[in-house]
Ligand binder design. Structure first.
Ligand code: ZN
Length: 87
């Protein structure tokens, strides 16, 4: 079953794919999510990604960063945001 595009100005349809997603939205350069559901519009080329259990994904990233010897500015920003959001 196809869904209409989420872009209200578009009359296109969404096609679903399973693929790895470079999760740049989290603010880090090297996070990939494996085998997530991606919706791509056939018309406007819009892309929407389903990220299940997002809180657990962010927790896993945060825990991984805590084990690093040094952090990049982007990683520090991620941790500050993570702990301020979860406080
Ligand atoms: Zn569209």
């Amino acid at each position: 079953m196809q869904n209409k595009c989420y872009n209200t100005d578009c009359t296109g349809w969404l096609r679903r794919f399973r693929e790895d997603h470079h999760y740049l939205e989290c603010g880090l350069d090297d996070i990939w999510l494996r085998n997530v559901l991606v919706h791509r519009c056939t018309d406007c080329k819009g892309v929407w990604v389903d990220i299940p259990r997002l809180a657990q994904v962010h927790q896993s990233i945060a825990v991984g960063l805590l084990y690093k010897d040094s952090l990049t500015p982007q990683e520090k920003t991620f941790l500050v945001k993570y702990f301020s959001d979860s406080a």
